[in-house]
Design a protein around this ligand. Structure first.
Ligand code: KMH
Ligand code: ZN
Length: 309
């Protein structure tokens, strides 16, 4: 049946590093340009992290976010979704500062602690643009991406209940869906839940069609009709598994935060190129892309005039 499919685009993130692709946006104007181009290509939601413009290192500085938030807000209508995950090397206080300041319509909420391993990405490179790159990747061998029940409940209370944000619930494994089910039964989260199945991050469930089907079956059992899903597959399976998500009735997330390449294996020239590719597939399957207004209506967002820019 024909339906509206939401494209989220995550334009920079905190996983890949400048050596890995010259196309990762780093400065405020670059992140703003990448976001507006993704919106023009069909993204209804832009998922945002910041980087230090001096060296491309992931940053949770409010100042770095405010170097691009006003420009994107004025330049397009897309929903701005602020990461509360930051990177696994940041403290929770650091990670929350941007969303606390911006009071966005949406923010991410990671549904469990995990060994978020990105150290294997270093293997392909012998020369680095910046010293921090291999050091940061290697550090994920001995750090935990911490998202305790207390952390999750604090975010739900402050940013959700308090500031009126709704969430992109990042679920990297089935247990994270169980945790979300617990909060649904407790009345701490409300339908329609927007659940991101995150496949292919080391420490979480792998990127395969079987795992996507298993995540959906689990969410159907645990969350019933209280949720919509979206799929983010890290790395080379981004577009193939997003395509399967559309076939299974879900939504999609693309962008250079999650994959640097196109299905051919070539580097993507921009996040917008990935948005454009998945949009073509969505339309070829007989569906349409949801506009920002349709995203706001469908996910019961508070509205773009309610954020602090
Ligand atoms: N980078 C993704 C695998 C967040 O920002 O809160 C997960 C993510 C987490 O987007
Ligand atoms: Zn993110």
């Amino acid at each position: 049946m024909k339906r509206k499919v939401i494209i989220t685009c995550a334009v920079t993130g905190s996983i890949y590093t400048p050596t890995m692709s010259p196309h990762i946006p780093v400065t405020g104007p670059e992140i703003a340009r990448a976001s507006m181009d993704a919106a023009a290509a069909g993204a209804g939601i832009i998922h945002l992290h910041a980087r230090d413009p001096a060296n491309g290192r992931p940053s949770a500085s409010v100042g770095h976010f405010m170097d691009f938030i006003p420009t994107i807000h004025q330049g397009c209508d897309a929903v701005l979704n602020i990461s509360t995950g930051g990177s696994s090397l940041m403290s929770l206080e650091e990670r929350l500062a941007p969303a606390r300041h911006i009071k966005p319509e949406m923010c991410s909420l990671n549904m469990g602690s995990m060994n978020f391993g990105i150290f294997t990405l270093a293997r392909k490179y012998t020369q680095w643009q910046h010293e921090w790159e291999p050091a940061l990747l290697e550090a994920t061998r001995k750090t935990t991406f911490k998202n305790t029940y207390e952390d999750i409940e604090a975010i739900l209370a402050e940013l959700g209940e308090g500031d009126g944000a709704r969430f992109e619930f990042e679920c990297y494994d089935m247990g994270h869906i169980e945790t979300l089910g617990y909060y649904l039964r407790q009345g701490l989260v409300q339908a329609p839940l927007y659940v991101q199945f995150v496949l292919g991050v080391m420490g979480g469930i792998g990127a395969s069609p079987e795992n996507l089907m298993a995540m959906k079956a689990a969410a159907d059992r645990i969350l019933g009709d209280s949720y919509q899903f979206s799929v983010l597959a890290a790395g080379q399976y981004q577009i193939p598994l997003a395509t399967l998500a559309v076939i299974l009735g879900g939504n999609v997330r693309v962008g250079l935060e999650d994959s640097l390449t196109m299905p051919s294996g070539a580097l993507a020239s921009s996040s917008a190129e990935q948005v454009d590719r998945i949009r073509t597939i969505i339309e070829a399957l007989g569906h349409e892309v949801a506009s920002p207004a349709e995203v706001r209506e469908g996910l019961l967002l508070k509205g773009r005039d309610k954020i602090k820019v």
